[in-house]
Design a protein around this ligand. Structure first.
Ligand code: DC
Length: 229
Protein backbone atom coordinates (compact mmCIF):
# COMPACT_ATOMS: atom_id res chain seq x y z
CA UNK A 1 0.00 0.00 0.00
CA UNK A 2 1.20 3.50 -0.83
CA UNK A 3 2.27 5.75 2.03
CA UNK A 4 -0.14 8.63 2.53
CA UNK A 5 1.30 11.98 3.55
CA UNK A 6 0.08 15.44 4.56
CA UNK A 7 1.30 18.41 2.55
CA UNK A 8 1.25 21.91 4.04
CA UNK A 9 1.57 24.86 1.67
CA UNK A 10 1.96 28.27 3.30
CA UNK A 11 2.92 31.65 1.96
CA UNK A 12 1.97 35.23 1.21
CA UNK A 13 -1.32 36.33 -0.35
CA UNK A 14 -1.82 35.66 -4.05
CA UNK A 15 1.47 33.85 -4.58
CA UNK A 16 -0.15 30.92 -6.33
CA UNK A 17 -0.48 28.62 -3.32
CA UNK A 18 -4.03 27.58 -4.06
CA UNK A 19 -3.38 26.77 -7.71
CA UNK A 20 -0.35 24.71 -6.74
CA UNK A 21 -2.15 22.96 -3.87
CA UNK A 22 -5.17 22.14 -6.03
CA UNK A 23 -3.10 20.77 -8.94
CA UNK A 24 -0.79 18.82 -6.67
CA UNK A 25 -3.75 17.25 -4.85
CA UNK A 26 -5.27 16.27 -8.15
CA UNK A 27 -2.00 14.65 -9.38
CA UNK A 28 -1.67 12.66 -6.16
CA UNK A 29 -5.39 11.93 -5.92
CA UNK A 30 -5.42 13.67 -2.52
CA UNK A 31 -7.99 15.99 -0.95
CA UNK A 32 -7.40 19.68 -1.38
CA UNK A 33 -8.43 22.16 1.31
CA UNK A 34 -8.21 25.93 0.89
CA UNK A 35 -8.03 27.05 4.51
CA UNK A 36 -8.21 30.73 3.51
CA UNK A 37 -11.69 30.07 2.13
CA UNK A 38 -12.82 29.24 5.66
CA UNK A 39 -11.67 32.61 7.04
CA UNK A 40 -13.20 34.30 4.00
CA UNK A 41 -16.53 32.51 4.58
CA UNK A 42 -16.71 33.81 8.13
CA UNK A 43 -15.78 37.30 6.93
CA UNK A 44 -18.55 37.15 4.33
CA UNK A 45 -20.97 36.15 7.08
CA UNK A 46 -19.79 39.06 9.28
CA UNK A 47 -20.26 41.60 6.45
CA UNK A 48 -23.71 40.27 5.52
CA UNK A 49 -24.85 40.39 9.15
CA UNK A 50 -23.57 43.92 9.77
CA UNK A 51 -20.99 42.75 12.25
CA UNK A 52 -18.09 44.45 10.52
CA UNK A 53 -17.64 47.57 8.41
CA UNK A 54 -15.10 50.33 7.97
CA UNK A 55 -16.57 52.03 11.08
CA UNK A 56 -17.41 49.22 13.48
CA UNK A 57 -16.58 45.64 14.40
CA UNK A 58 -18.86 43.70 16.74
CA UNK A 59 -16.22 41.15 17.53
CA UNK A 60 -17.86 39.51 20.55
CA UNK A 61 -21.17 39.19 18.76
CA UNK A 62 -19.39 37.46 15.90
CA UNK A 63 -17.65 35.08 18.31
CA UNK A 64 -21.05 34.21 19.85
CA UNK A 65 -22.79 33.77 16.52
CA UNK A 66 -19.94 31.62 15.25
CA UNK A 67 -21.16 28.79 17.50
CA UNK A 68 -24.20 28.32 15.24
CA UNK A 69 -22.18 28.31 12.05
CA UNK A 70 -21.28 25.21 10.15
CA UNK A 71 -18.32 25.77 7.84
CA UNK A 72 -17.39 22.98 5.47
CA UNK A 73 -16.73 21.97 1.89
CA UNK A 74 -18.77 20.32 -0.84
CA UNK A 75 -17.81 19.03 -4.28
CA UNK A 76 -19.74 20.80 -7.04
CA UNK A 77 -20.81 19.25 -10.35
CA UNK A 78 -17.30 19.86 -11.76
CA UNK A 79 -15.68 18.11 -8.80
CA UNK A 80 -14.47 21.46 -7.49
CA UNK A 81 -14.20 21.73 -3.71
CA UNK A 82 -16.43 24.64 -2.67
CA UNK A 83 -16.77 26.31 0.71
CA UNK A 84 -20.13 26.05 2.46
CA UNK A 85 -21.70 28.09 5.22
CA UNK A 86 -24.57 26.25 6.90
CA UNK A 87 -24.71 24.00 3.85
CA UNK A 88 -24.97 26.87 1.34
CA UNK A 89 -22.29 26.95 -1.31
CA UNK A 90 -20.82 30.46 -1.08
CA UNK A 91 -17.64 29.82 -3.08
CA UNK A 92 -18.43 32.56 -5.62
CA UNK A 93 -19.04 35.17 -2.90
CA UNK A 94 -15.84 35.09 -0.88
CA UNK A 95 -13.21 36.53 -3.25
CA UNK A 96 -14.49 40.12 -3.42
CA UNK A 97 -12.18 42.97 -2.48
CA UNK A 98 -14.58 43.78 0.38
CA UNK A 99 -14.07 40.34 1.93
CA UNK A 100 -10.31 40.62 1.25
CA UNK A 101 -10.20 43.95 3.05
CA UNK A 102 -11.72 42.62 6.27
CA UNK A 103 -10.51 39.03 6.37
CA UNK A 104 -7.26 39.69 8.27
CA UNK A 105 -9.21 41.33 11.10
CA UNK A 106 -11.35 38.22 11.43
CA UNK A 107 -8.44 35.80 11.03
CA UNK A 108 -6.53 37.32 13.94
CA UNK A 109 -9.25 36.45 16.50
CA UNK A 110 -8.13 33.63 18.77
CA UNK A 111 -11.57 31.96 19.02
CA UNK A 112 -11.93 32.04 15.24
CA UNK A 113 -8.56 30.36 14.75
CA UNK A 114 -9.38 27.71 17.34
CA UNK A 115 -12.58 26.78 15.52
CA UNK A 116 -10.95 26.73 12.09
CA UNK A 117 -7.89 24.75 13.17
CA UNK A 118 -10.14 22.11 14.78
CA UNK A 119 -12.09 21.66 11.52
CA UNK A 120 -8.87 21.63 9.48
CA UNK A 121 -7.31 18.92 11.63
CA UNK A 122 -10.46 16.79 11.33
CA UNK A 123 -10.32 17.17 7.55
CA UNK A 124 -6.70 15.99 7.59
CA UNK A 125 -6.90 13.17 10.09
CA UNK A 126 -6.58 10.46 7.43
CA UNK A 127 -3.70 12.23 5.67
CA UNK A 128 -3.76 12.22 1.82
CA UNK A 129 -4.36 15.94 2.01
CA UNK A 130 -2.90 19.11 0.56
CA UNK A 131 -3.88 22.20 2.56
CA UNK A 132 -2.82 25.73 1.83
CA UNK A 133 -2.88 28.74 4.13
CA UNK A 134 -0.65 30.69 6.51
CA UNK A 135 -0.25 28.44 9.56
CA UNK A 136 -0.62 24.97 8.11
CA UNK A 137 2.99 23.88 8.57
CA UNK A 138 3.40 25.73 11.85
CA UNK A 139 0.12 25.08 13.70
CA UNK A 140 -2.43 22.93 11.85
CA UNK A 141 -0.14 20.08 10.71
CA UNK A 142 3.24 20.64 12.41
CA UNK A 143 4.06 17.00 11.58
CA UNK A 144 3.25 17.27 7.87
CA UNK A 145 5.72 15.20 5.87
CA UNK A 146 6.12 17.94 3.26
CA UNK A 147 5.98 21.67 3.98
CA UNK A 148 6.31 24.27 1.27
CA UNK A 149 6.67 28.01 1.75
CA UNK A 150 5.63 29.72 -1.46
CA UNK A 151 6.60 33.26 -2.32
CA UNK A 152 6.79 35.60 -5.33
CA UNK A 153 7.58 39.21 -6.17
CA UNK A 154 4.79 41.62 -5.11
CA UNK A 155 4.19 43.03 -8.61
CA UNK A 156 3.98 39.53 -10.06
CA UNK A 157 1.47 38.61 -7.36
CA UNK A 158 -0.59 41.75 -7.97
CA UNK A 159 -0.80 41.05 -11.71
CA UNK A 160 -1.86 37.46 -11.08
CA UNK A 161 -4.57 38.49 -8.61
CA UNK A 162 -5.81 41.22 -10.99
CA UNK A 163 -6.15 38.68 -13.77
CA UNK A 164 -7.95 36.26 -11.49
CA UNK A 165 -10.43 38.98 -10.44
CA UNK A 166 -10.86 40.17 -14.03
CA UNK A 167 -11.77 36.64 -15.08
CA UNK A 168 -14.49 36.78 -12.43
CA UNK A 169 -15.67 40.15 -13.80
CA UNK A 170 -14.56 41.94 -10.64
CA UNK A 171 -13.25 45.39 -11.62
CA UNK A 172 -10.36 46.73 -9.51
CA UNK A 173 -7.14 48.56 -10.30
CA UNK A 174 -3.52 47.53 -9.88
CA UNK A 175 -2.75 49.87 -6.98
CA UNK A 176 -5.87 48.85 -5.03
CA UNK A 177 -4.99 45.17 -5.29
CA UNK A 178 -1.31 45.75 -4.49
CA UNK A 179 -2.19 47.80 -1.42
CA UNK A 180 -4.52 45.05 -0.17
CA UNK A 181 -1.84 42.38 -0.66
CA UNK A 182 0.84 44.42 1.15
CA UNK A 183 -1.52 45.17 4.03
CA UNK A 184 -2.63 41.56 4.38
CA UNK A 185 0.95 40.26 4.22
CA UNK A 186 1.87 42.65 7.02
CA UNK A 187 -1.14 41.79 9.20
CA UNK A 188 -0.83 38.05 8.56
CA UNK A 189 2.87 38.04 9.43
CA UNK A 190 2.60 40.28 12.49
CA UNK A 191 -0.51 39.04 14.28
CA UNK A 192 -0.07 37.57 17.74
CA UNK A 193 -1.88 34.29 17.15
CA UNK A 194 -0.34 31.91 14.57
CA UNK A 195 1.35 34.48 12.34
CA UNK A 196 2.54 33.54 8.87
CA UNK A 197 6.08 32.26 9.36
CA UNK A 198 8.48 30.21 7.37
CA UNK A 199 9.06 27.16 9.57
CA UNK A 200 12.53 25.66 9.67
CA UNK A 201 11.61 22.46 7.89
CA UNK A 202 9.73 24.19 5.04
CA UNK A 203 11.14 24.22 1.53
CA UNK A 204 10.99 27.69 -0.05
CA UNK A 205 9.51 27.92 -3.53
CA UNK A 206 9.91 31.36 -5.14
CA UNK A 207 7.76 31.15 -8.25
CA UNK A 208 8.28 34.73 -9.57
CA UNK A 209 9.96 33.31 -12.66
CA UNK A 210 8.30 29.91 -12.83
CA UNK A 211 5.25 28.90 -14.81
CA UNK A 212 2.60 27.09 -12.83
CA UNK A 213 3.53 23.88 -14.67
CA UNK A 214 7.21 24.24 -13.69
CA UNK A 215 6.24 24.91 -10.11
CA UNK A 216 3.94 21.89 -10.07
CA UNK A 217 6.67 19.56 -11.35
CA UNK A 218 9.02 20.70 -8.57
CA UNK A 219 6.37 20.23 -5.88
CA UNK A 220 5.24 16.88 -7.30
CA UNK A 221 8.81 15.54 -7.28
CA UNK A 222 9.25 16.70 -3.69
CA UNK A 223 6.02 14.93 -2.72
CA UNK A 224 7.02 11.71 -4.51
CA UNK A 225 10.36 11.74 -2.69
CA UNK A 226 8.51 11.87 0.64
CA UNK A 227 5.96 9.25 -0.39
CA UNK A 228 8.65 6.85 -1.58
CA UNK A 229 11.15 7.44 1.22
O1 DC B 1 -5.40 32.37 1.22
P1 DC B 1 -6.34 33.58 1.20
O2 DC B 1 -5.68 34.82 0.68
O3 DC B 1 -7.63 33.28 0.53
O4 DC B 1 -6.65 33.83 2.75
C1 DC B 1 -7.47 34.88 3.16
C2 DC B 1 -7.03 35.38 4.52
O5 DC B 1 -7.27 34.38 5.51
C3 DC B 1 -5.55 35.74 4.65
O6 DC B 1 -5.33 37.12 4.44
C4 DC B 1 -5.20 35.36 6.07
C5 DC B 1 -6.24 34.38 6.49
N1 DC B 1 -5.72 33.02 6.62
C6 DC B 1 -5.16 32.69 7.83
O7 DC B 1 -5.04 33.53 8.71
N2 DC B 1 -4.75 31.41 8.05
C7 DC B 1 -4.85 30.50 7.09
N3 DC B 1 -4.46 29.24 7.34
C8 DC B 1 -5.41 30.83 5.84
C9 DC B 1 -5.82 32.12 5.63
Amino acid sequence: MKTLISIAIDGFSACGKSTLAKDLASMLDYNYIDSGAMYRALTYFAIKNNLISANFFHKNLLINKMEELDIGFVLDENDKNCITLNNNNIEDKIRSIEVSNFVSKIAEIHEVREKMVKIQRELGENKAIVMDGRDIGSVVFPDAELKLFVTADIDVRTKRRLLELKNKNIVVNFEEVKKNLIERDFLDSHRKDSPLIQVEDAIVLDNSNLTKEEQLIIAHNLALNKINS
